[in-house]
Each structure stands twice: as structure tokens, then as C-alpha cells.
Design a protein around this ligand. Structure first.
Ligand code: 8YV
Length: 326
């Protein structure tokens, strides 16, 4: 029997391609060329599966043009690049990569919080620019992390990981807001207290955003929300671009409405709002929260396992719309 055909839409580990080739006829993009939607549709012709990352949009137009497509395996826990209802309507399975990146991403969230609160990037740029000629009492004085109040918006697995680090490692008072309240045992494990969004904004010394992107969470943090935060507060976004109104944030940082921000994700990335590039009190990183070698390998393995699991054995590991399996 001839092998089913799949498309790997972005460059990945060569071992991942080799493994997929044991099961499928694989068209890949190891040159990591930028494909338009038109290119993606053309390359998906005749493919039963797609290995995608957060950058390929699978929407109704793509699905209508690719009737043989049965599964899209995202190498990401977030899946806002999928129109899941449209996929379900066409009986196309979506899968993601939960759990394998939780701790690595929580580490990064905490690192970005620390860098932001303690002005690490700003002071490093100052030193490299040769501006450090003498010590002074208030040079790059930031805000404390230990013993402060950590606010978390979006309390899924990664949010809980950040809460545990804050509560157990840094003695922080942890408050959170989420669509639904955590079960008491989970709240106890990360010593976190559920509060309203308003109280979260007003009380947090450091606010970390870890909620999924959706139409409801679009601009969840804009000028109005920032105005409710403490002027000494820091804001960290490791969730998705679009959750923060980047133009409003840049203005607020310039006006010192809050002390500082750390951003790993941006509206319209890889473009970054030009005003964010010129304000000093913001740490900017290029969507690398899950980027450690073992975690990226684990994500690639899980995405490949989902393709093999579904197309070869009928059993995907982490389906997003299991109703299509019925
Ligand atoms: C991915 C992420 O690396 O998992 C996610 O949702 O944001 C990152 O870990 C990125 O989306 C590329 O797929």
C-alpha cells in the first residue's frame, strides 16, 4: 500500500522529518521559505495531514480548497491559527502540544518578569553602549519580586506553573483571574487566590498574562485596564499578541502609567509596534517562551506522534476536537 502524503509547513528538526518519512510521503519546507496562503493551499493538495506551527492559518478557505486534508498537527499549545469550528464542520482533526512545554514556558515567564522588574535588558544596553562611568544610588533601581503580589490572568497549566514559582520560590502573594475558578486542591498547590479582573489589575505588583487568544480576549489589556494598574506595576505578556493593545501599552510606558513591561508576543508579529522599539522600559523577546532544545524536541515529537497516531493508528494523543473521531 502506498504511503499517505503529509506536508510539514515549516522547518523542523531533521530527526522529525526522518521519523515522519518512515510512515508518510513527506513534503517539507526545511528551507523555511515564507509561503503565502496560496502556496500553502497548493502544497496541501493531495495531503492527508499537515504539520503546522502557530504561523500557518488553517481557516475555512484553506479547508474548502484542500478536501483531502484530515488532520492538522500544531507544534504549539496555542491553536488560534486554527479555525476549529470550521475544521470540525469539515471533520478535520486538530491537535496541539500541551504539557510538554508547561514548565519551560513558566520558567521563561518568570525570567521575563525578573528581567522587567529588575531592568536587566535596559541596564545591559546602557553598559554595552559605554555609558557606565560611575555607580549611583538610584541607577536602574527597579521593583522587588520577592514578597510582592503576583497577578496572573489566565490560570491554565502555564499560569499555575508561574504561580508555583512565585509562591514557593519567591514568597509572593499570588492572585489570579480566569474564566473559571480552579478546584480548591489546585489553588492550594500554587497558593493562589481567585479575584475579579478589576481587583487583579488594581492589586498586582507584577501582572503576567497567560490566557489563550480569542475574540473575547482581544485587547483584554488596553488603555482602560492599564489605567487601573499601580504606577509601579510591571506587565508581562507571554500569551499571544493581540491580548494587549500594543499601541496603548507603548503610550502608557512612555507616560509612566506603569513602570515597565516584558513582551514575548506582539500584535502582527514578527512585526513589532514601532513605538515599543523606542520606549526604554520594555523588555522585548521574539516569541521564545518555549524555546529550549529539549522542549522544542518534545513539541515536535508530540506533533509527529499526533500525525502518526491519527493517520496510521486512528488514535491521536492530544486531539482538540475529538468529536471528529466519532
Ligand atoms: C510556539 C507557542 O513555539 O505553544 C505555543 O502556543 O506560542 C510557542 O510555544 C509557537 O506558537 C510556534 O508554534
Amino acid at each position: 500500500m502506498s504511503k499517505q502524503k503529509i506536508l510539514v509547513a515549516r522547518a523542523v528538526f531533521p530527526e522529525t522529518i526522518a521519523r515522519l518519512q518512515q510512515h508518510f510521503e513527506v513534503e517539507h519546507n526545511q528551507a523555511d521559505a515564507a509561503w503565502s496562503k496560496h502556496d500553502l493551499i497548493a502544497r496541501l493538495q493531495g495531503k492527508a495531514g499537515a504539520f503546522t506551527t502557530g504561523t500557518e492559518r488553517i481557516d475555512a478557505e484553506v479547508l474548502a480548497a484542500c478536501p483531502e486534508l484530515k488532520v492538522c498537527a500544531n507544534m504549539a499549545v496555542g491553536f488560534n491559527n486554527f479555525d476549529l469550528p470550521a475544521m470540525t464542520a469539515r471533520k478535520v482533526l486538530g491537535t496541539n502540544t500541551p504539557d510538554v512545554l508547561t514548565e519551560t514556558t513558566a520558567d521563561f515567564g518568570f525570567a521575563l518578569l525578573m528581567a522587567t522588574a529588575r531592568r536587566i535588558a535596559e541596564s545591559e544596553h546602557y553598559l554595552r553602549a559605554g555609558k557606565w562611568t560611575k555607580w549611583s544610588y538610584d541607577m536602574f533601581a527597579g521593583s522587588d519580586v520577592h514578597g510582592s503580589t503576583l497577578g496572573i490572568l489566565g490560570m491554565g497549566r502555564i499560569g499555575q506553573g508561574i504561580a508555583r514559582r512565585g509562591a514557593h520560590g519567591f514568597g509572593m502573594d499570588v492572585i489570579y483571574h480566569n474564566r473559571s475558578r480552579l478546584a480548591p486542591d489546585l489553588e492550594a498547590a500554587c497558593k493562589a487566590r481567585y479575584v475579579s479582573k478589576e481587583e487583579l489589575l488594581k492589586t498586582a505588583d507584577h501582572l503576567v498574562l497567560v490566557l489563550p487568544y480569542s475574540a473575547e480576549s482581544h485587547h483584554a489589556i488596553g488603555a482602560k485596564e492599564i489605567a487601573q494598574m499601580k504606577p509601579t506595576a510591571t506587565l508581562v505578556n507571554i500569551a499571544r499578541g493581540g491580548i494587549v493593545d500594543d499601541a496603548a501599552l507603548a503610550q502608557a510606558l512612555r507616560d509612566k502609567k506603569i513602570a515597565a513591561a516584558g513582551l514575548d508576543v506582539f500584535e502582527g508579529e514578527p512585526k513589532v509596534h514601532p513605538d515599543l522599539l523606542t520606549v526604554p522600559n520594555v523588555v522585548l523577546t521574539p516569541h521564545i517562551a518555549s524555546a529550549t532544545v529539549p522542549t522544542r524536541q518534545a513539541m515536535a515529537d508530540l506533533a509527529a506522534d499526533n500525525l502518526i497516531g491519527f493517520l496510521v493508528n486512528g488514535k491521536p494523543l492530544t486531539p482538540l476536537n475529538p468529536e471528529v473521531l466519532k
